[in-house]
Design a protein around this ligand. Structure first.
Ligand code: HAM
Length: 446
């Protein structure tokens, strides 16, 4: 994301203008919306590295791509994520469709949309499905490092699977992704929040407990005490911490089926050699979960340390009007992975193999032909455009990051050769026959 974040969004009339020094009207400069960042070309290679690694891992585990709209009916998220969650209460970009008054929302996450699509297209009618998606999500949060209003997720969902084998599979996929990206300093927290009746029983105990500690609750906790008491365990309000520590733990009270599920998960993780911490306070910020919940966290990103989160949501499909469908999934924040990679000194480049400089009309035509022949062999080639001296073209060649410059002037046209100049290693330039250019240039590839 762009590192230049804006101090505040400006309200600008659609045809806004002001007056330049000379009195002529000048259009007001428009800016990106606060918390919504540009990814500039110099930053994009790290993003692509993350996305490519994720695509490889998804394919390695048999997950197939599914794409859902960025805009959905508001009711989908209210029902799916839960009306007493932060996301639904205060973070959704919701608007009325001007043409028909429908209430629409920019998706704050992908799971609800994917389950809607699965129901709408009877995706799991014949067999369960493993799917993934990636793209922008929108939450009106206070922007800070690692937290944005438009952010991007990698998302995987196993639809129609009871687990706990797929729960473990998804955690293993993420471990593989961290390994592929070379990410260090990441750790795994898991918990079980049981089944609906476990949570109902626990809910009564929690309300009773926090009612005894009413004096330490902040306004948010007060409001949620009866609507969503589990969320109180997530509070960072310092005076509440002792009461949270003493609160009855849901994982100690889950029923036999949920316990067996959790034991199946931990056994699979142990067998795979994946270290985890059971965190009884891990409850997640979306209401659709049951049984398994997990988060991968890093200490390197301060308060925004969650790089991936997920869990099981066996009740969501029925909540959205479909047949019951057990399912499990997760999402990772791409911005946070990119930040973490950058903090660990990670780099990625997307430089072409060759930059072609040329002088004269015949040389320009030959430059295009040579470039096409290299591209036929799969190489990336930039042909200089826009004129200028050979010296200025060589500066561009250097800035492009290309491994070699190919220089074509009248002499080269006459001889049917190209002057090949290595740009990243100290080696002399040489005349190369056109037929040999690709092989010679490739020998200098990084
Ligand atoms: P989530 O925990 O809300 O879960 O988000 C998943 C990840 O998205 C977080 O761990 C974080 O890396 C990233 N993220 C969330 N909000 C922001 C933000 N404002 N700025 C930057 N990154 C952010 C879900 O969204 C669930 N749909 C995951 C899931 C899939 N559960 C089952 N299937």
């Amino acid at each position: 994301m762009s590192t230049t974040e804006k101090p505040g969004s400006q309200v600008i009339s659609p045809r806004g203008s002001d007056t330049a020094a000379g009195g002529a009207p000048r259009a007001t400069r428009l800016q990106a919306v606060r918390g919504m960042n540009d990814v500039l070309p110099d930053e994009a290679p790290l993003w692509q590295r993350v996305e490519d690694a994720a695509r490889t891992v998804f394919a390695q585990y048999g997950y197939r791509n599914l794409r859902v709209p960025v805009v959905e009916a508001t009711a989908l998220f209210v029902r799916g994520i839960g009306d007493a969650t932060d996301i639904v209460e205060k973070e959704m970009y919701t608007f009325a469709d001007r043409l028909n008054g429908d209430s629409l929302t920019l998706r704050p996450e992908a799971t609800a949309g994917i389950v809607r699509a699965a129901i709408e297209h009877s995706l799991t009618y014949e067999r369960p499905q493993r799917v993934w998606t990636m793209g922008p999500m929108f939450r009106h949060e206070r922007p800070q490092k690692g937290r944005y209003r438009q952010f991007h997720q990698l998302d995987a969902e196993a639809l129609g699977f009871e687990g706990p084998d797929v729960d473990a599979e998804q955690i293993m996929m993420l471990a593989r992704l961290w390994k592929a990206l070379g990410l260090a300093d990441v750790s795994l927290k898991i918990n079980s929040i049981g089944d609906a009746d476990d949570r109902l029983r626990h809910r009564a105990l929690l309300i009773e407990h926090f009612e005894r500690h009413r004096d330490v609750l902040d306004a948010d906790a007060e409001r949620r005490l009866h609507a969503n008491p589990l969320r109180l365990l997530d509070s960072k309000h310092p005076p509440m911490q002792e009461a949270i520590r003493l609160a009855p733990r849901l994982i100690d009270r889950i029923g036999a089926p949920a316990r067996a599920h959790f034991e199946g998960l931990t056994a699979a993780l142990d067998a795979a050699g994946i270290a985890y911490e059971v965190d009884a306070r891990l409850v997640r910020g979306l209401d659709y979960y049951n049984r398994t919940v997990f988060e991968w966290v890093t200490g390197a990103l301060g308060a925004q340390g969650a790089i991936a989160g997920g869990g099981r949501y066996d009740g969501l499909a029925a909540l959205l009007g479909g047949k019951p469908m057990p399912a499990c999934g997760y999402a990772c924040g791409i911005e946070r992975l990119v930040l973490l990679l950058r903090e660990q000194g990670g780099t990625a480049h997307d430089a072409p193999l060759a930059y072609v400089a040329h002088a004269g009309d015949a040389a320009a035509r030959m430059a295009l032909a040579v470039a096409e022949s290299l591209r036929d062999r799969g190489h990336a080639v930039v042909v200089h455009a826009g004129g200028g001296s050979l010296k200025s073209q060589m500066k561009r060649a250097d800035a492009s990051g290309a491994a070699v410059a190919l220089i074509i002037g009248d002499d080269e046209v006459a001889a049917g050769t190209v002057t090949l100049k290595p740009l990243r290693v100290a080696a002399p330039q040489s005349a190369v026959a056109v037929a040999d250019v690709a092989a010679r240039a490739a020998s200098y590839a990084a």
